[in-house]
Design a protein around this ligand. Structure first.
Ligand code: PGA
Length: 259
């Protein structure tokens, strides 16, 4: 497997810009050189601070990149409260999270809407981190594969086979997000393998290249085993990404798992 691991820090609605700035300076100063990139995903209000401190840190986007947690699919216009992919590019973002389960559950985002956002983000030159995952009821009801199949099909419907490899997928079982209940490495690997098989139906080449991240209660003490699974190519981390030492520990575990 020659896919590199990616560590994505989803700060959700946390950190004021000054806190974000301090975080980046401290994290970058202690971050070891490696093949594992860190992607910081602050709230939009802290993006400027993160952009300028990432630049100051001199780490370069290969080691330390940043992005947003959401965007709209239009480039500009009368869409009060929304932010466009082009606006994120303007700030130096390389990534954008789309279809996070909190966006789906709390803000009612549909597979179709997320599909439009994925396409628009790609067209603007961003790498979408496209989130999928089942609820506990869906898993217990034997619907895991059906749900993932629908989310992948509709979410990537507008992306051409030639562009598919540019998308990062994040498999995040909803029951594992913020609960402390992490999927077992075997459960996660099974789901990732299934998702990769869905992608292979579109393009075998892209499926082999695409990073599929696991998310949901990843912590330093469970990270290594998860990241060592064949089809797991990184982590999307919420709670454990909010403290510098914890994110550094996660990064260390990712580096250990890449060897
Ligand atoms: P968690 O969140 O690590 O706090 O479970 C993950 C996510 O929502 O991306």
């Amino acid at each position: 497997m020659n896919r590199k691991l990616l560590l994505a820090a989803n700060w959700k609605m946390n950190k004021l810009s000054g806190e974000a700035r301090e975080f980046v300076l401290s994290y970058a100063a202690k971050l070891a050189e490696s093949s594992v990139a860190t992607v910081l995903l602050p709230p939009n209000t802290a993006l400027v601070a993160v952009a300028s401190t990432c630049k100051e840190s001199g780490k370069g986007p290969v080691g330390l990149a940043f992005g947003a947690q959401n965007c709209y699919f239009q480039s500009s216009g009368a869409f009060t409260g929304e932010v466009s992919p082009q606006m994120l590019v303007d700030l130096g973002c390389r990534y954008v999270v789309l279809g996070h389960s909190e966006r789906r559950a709390i803000f009612g985002e549909s597979d179709e809407l997320i599909g439009k956002k994925v396409k628009a983000a790609l067209d603007a030159g961003l790498t979408p981190i496209f989130c999928i995952g089942e609820t506990l009821d869906e898993r217990n009801g034997g619907k895991l594969e059906e749900v993932l199949t629908r989310q992948v099909r509709v979410g990537l419907e507008l992306v051409s086979d030639a562009d598919l490899h540019k998308v990062v997928i994040a498999y995040e079982p909803v029951w594992a997000i913020g609960t402390g209940v992490v999927a077992t490495p075997a459960q996660a690997q099974d789901a990732h393998k299934f998702v990769r098989s869905l992608l292979a139906k579109r393009s075998a080449q892209a499926a082999g290249q695409m990073q599929i991240l696991y998310g949901g209660s990843v912590k330093p003490d469970n990270c290594f085993e998860l990241m060592s699974q064949d089809d797991i190519d990184g982590a999307l981390v919420g709670g454990a990404s909010l403290e510098v030492e914890s994110l550094l520990a996660l990064h260390k575990e990712c580096v250990r798992a890449s060897k």
